[in-house]
Write a protein that binds this ligand. Structure first.
Ligand code: CTP
Length: 221
């Protein structure tokens, strides 16, 4: 089914890395599997896909444009350069919420740089989903993800409103769930609807997300 023919899709995926010095960084356990599954499904269904990815150990799907980035700020820049052209943006990246205020181009030494290594001041990174949620114009759909350990639906609804998203894919995490696994049990939360999906392989979850996106798109137009 080529129901995404003529549609441009932007996807953020994977973790970001926030440098401390020449050899150290802050990051998280995101595997990028969900974002790469979304890119693969969108391409199969005929979309033109731009995948903006942090560092992951995955091969990009065939027939898409991959933009590789490292930090949250690089990711935001790549997203902003492409967002005005796209119909659907999906922010599945696990963006590091904070980055070290100071970074060193050389390797900090355990002894002589003890102070710098034991007192790393963090500053907040830009929120990519909220940035494009605020910029979107009629007809553009913005989809976010929420990984929560508690109050799944309420927190997803809060994120939907706060970040001006059209849909939040809410995922319960903790106790071995979600990060790095091949299956997900998600809830699709939009302004007027809550749909609980059974536990499914990430490719099937990606299919369901695009089904929902196309339904939301037809109600926008
Ligand atoms: N996100 C983003 N840029 C950030 C942080 C998050 O684009 N700097 C996006 C993620 O890609 C995801 C959504 O926002 O689509 C939810 O991210 P999450 O980390 O769950 O939410 P936060 O807003 O960071 O809130 P909290 O950590 O309190 O849950």
């Amino acid at each position: 089914m080529k129901d995404l023919l003529g549609i441009k899709v932007l996807i953020t995926a994977g973790p970001t890395r926030e440098p401390i010095d020449a050899v150290r960084y802050l990051s998280n356990y995101s595997s990028g599997k969900m974002g790469y599954a979304l890119a693969s499904v969108a391409a199969q269904r005929g979309a033109e896909v731009v995948l903006i990815s942090g560092p992951v150990a995955l091969d990009p799907p065939q027939g898409i444009k991959l933009i590789s980035v490292v930090t949250a700020r690089d990711m935001l820049k790549a997203v902003e350069e492409n967002f005005s052209e796209v119909d659907i943006a999906l922010c599945s990246a696990a963006v590091a919420d904070y980055r070290p205020l100071q970074t060193s181009d050389r390797k900090l030494k355990k002894e002589s740089d003890r102070e710098a290594l034991t007192t790393i001041t963090l500053v907040e990174n830009p929120d990519i989903l909220a940035t494009i949620g605020a910029q979107k114009v009629g007809g553009q759909l913005v989809i976010g993800f929420a990984a929560e350990t508690e109050d799944l639906i309420e927190n997803a609804q809060k994120k939907l409103r706060a970040k001006h998203a059209d849909l939040i894919v809410a995922n319960e995490v903790g106790q071995g769930k979600a990060f790095g696994t091949d299956d997900d049990e998600v809830v699709l939360v939009s302004q007027n609807d809550i749909s609980r999906l059974p536990k499914l392989p990430k490719m099937k979850v990606a299919e369901a997300i695009f089904d929902k996106a196309m339904q939301l798109r037809s109600s926008l137009n």
